[in-house]
Design a protein around this ligand. Structure first.
Ligand code: FMN
Length: 457
């Protein structure tokens, strides 16, 4: 997979991709039966994890947790398909090594020499790097071409956890502007269907100070594997491979992760442990602390994302105001808050705009992340980078919900035009976050855990 596209990016490709990933497009029809898909690194992970700081850090960032409905993981994932793998690059007595995080084993298992990648990244002794890789078929088997968007959003959620834990420990996780995509891809021996989505660098010694505590026991991890291999000729997977190649995968989003995730008084480990997607809301007005916390997030994001990427990013908070609803956002170009009054969407209308999801009807507000119209040739590259940023915003919103005692769920399935209109227009939505008051007695969430193989029960 090339650092820069080897063929010219076809004109109008971004527009085509945006059409193909729509809820209503046949290329993105949801397939119900899904099977477990192995990554190519898994068979190499033979030795037990050493049980060190890296194991504990990786397990907290993206390990398993027990929920009333079975096993889930510490980062949200569309349909709980968990396409993202993290492969950690760390130095030790045997030099630079790659260590795959194996959630079933609660740690990271050695999968090979990492000298080439460590050199290309310019790593110093005492640093870690994390390669965030999506085993695309895990998600594409269910969502078709739309699965590409979900892989990137999932990766952003995982990156958000890693960054929050690093900052909590007093160090910064850093996304180099360019990553040595081809070197890391080759070094790991990834297949064309394993998309290298991001590489983050952090100061291991400080990160190891994160008070992760002992990992709680997780019962009922699935063991009986029926493994599906990615079909070579699947048209959706073929499109995803090609469009990732066209999207300049070596160029990383220009985001200061520390600036985005640093929240006074936050307890990243506790928030990540308690994070979950809401299953229902009461529909009652939001507690008063939520709007200011969202405003603070909007300001942090504007400060963290560097232009020109920032100019293409839309982050809108839409909530009832008076008789109607109001979409409110920070405009960094003028340094002012802007707002658009929108007609109050009835619960039925909200359910419909989110592809018949009843949970949307009882949400008290929505946080929408989108992309403003962009006519440059780099459209697909910008789209890919903004999806990672959108995933980071989701991770922030989940941790904010834990802090404030409100409830939230990512909504990735929606009617693009209707959600853009809800946000006041002028952007293409990438993801929505429904926010509300938790209703523990109900379960209105459609998108249940499709990945039934996570647990034995
Ligand atoms: C990119 C993305 C899209 C999602 N889309 C939806 C959705 O449309 N509807 C929904 O109910 N949940 C959605 N979710 C939430 C997942 O269903 C949820 O993260 C998963 O089931 C695991 O549960 P947990 O978040 O409680 O750990 C989405 C999550 C992500 C990351």
């Amino acid at each position: 997979m090339p650092d820069v596209p080897s063929e010219a990016v076809p004109a109008g490709l971004l527009h085509r991709v945006q059409q193909l990933q729509r809820l209503s497009h046949p290329a993105s029809t949801v397939t119900r039966p899904c099977r477990r898909v192995a990554g190519s690194l898994t068979p190499r992970a033979v030795a037990p994890p050493p049980g060190d700081d890296l194991d504990r850090f990786a397990d907290l960032a993206y390990g398993y947790r027990t929920t009333p409905r079975g096993v889930a993981r510490h980062a949200a994932s569309a349909g709980a398909m968990y396409p993202v793998e993290t492969v950690w690059l760390a130095g030790g007595p045997e030099g630079w090594r790659w260590r795959l995080h194996v959630p079933e084993r609660r740690g990271c298992v050695d999968v090979g020499d990492a000298t080439a990648a460590a050199t290309a990244l310019g790593l110093r002794t005492g640093q870690w790097a994390v390669a965030v890789v999506a085993v695309a078929w895990r998600t594409v088997q269910r969502y078709g071409v739309r699965g590409y968007r979900y892989c990137l959003l999932d990766a952003g959620n995982v990156l958000g956890n890693i960054a929050a834990l690093a900052v909590h420990a007093g160090t910064a996780a850093r996304l180099p502007d360019r990553m040595p995509h081809d070197v890391v891809h080759a070094d790991l021996g990834l297949t064309a269907d394993e998309l290298l989505l991001a590489v983050v660098v952090l100061d291991a010694e400080a990160a190891a100070a994160a008070p992760t505590g002992p990992s709680p026991t997780v019962d009922g991890l699935g063991t009986g594997w029926v493994v599906e291999h990615p079909p070579l000729l699947n048209p959706a997977l073929h499109r995803v491979r090609r469009l990732h190649g066209f999207a300049e995968p070596a160029v990383q989003p220009a985001v200061d992760l520390a600036e985005l995730v640093r929240v006074p008084g936050a307890d990243a480990p506790g928030e990540i442990r308690r994070r979950h997607s809401a299953r229902a809301f009461t529909g009652t007005p939001m507690p008063s602390g939520v709007a200011p916390a969202i405003e603070a997030l909007q300001l942090r994001l504007a400060a963290a994302v560097r232009p020109p990427l920032r100019d293409w990013l839309a982050l809108r908070y839409v909530a009832p105001a008076g008789e109607g609803w109001r979409s409110r956002w920070w405009d960094p170009s003028t340094g002012t808050w802007r707002a658009a009054e929108v007609p109050a969407p009835s619960p039925t209308c909200r359910i419909r705009m989110f592809g018949q999801q009843p949970i949307a009807g009882a949400a008290s507000a929505f946080l929408l992340v989108g992309m403003t119209p962009d006519r440059s040739d780099t459209g697909l590259s910008v789209y890919r980078r903004l999806l990672l940023v959108a995933g980071l915003v989701c991770a922030e919103a989940y941790r904010m919900a834990v802090r404030l005692g409100c409830a939230t769920t990512v909504l990735g399935g929606f009617d693009d035009e209707a959600v853009a209109a809800l946000g006041g227009g002028g952007f293409t939505p990438l993801v929505a976050q429904a926010i509300g008051v938790p209703e523990p007695a109900a379960d209105l969430k459609n998108d249940t855990v499709a990945a039934g193989w996570l647990s034995t029960s």
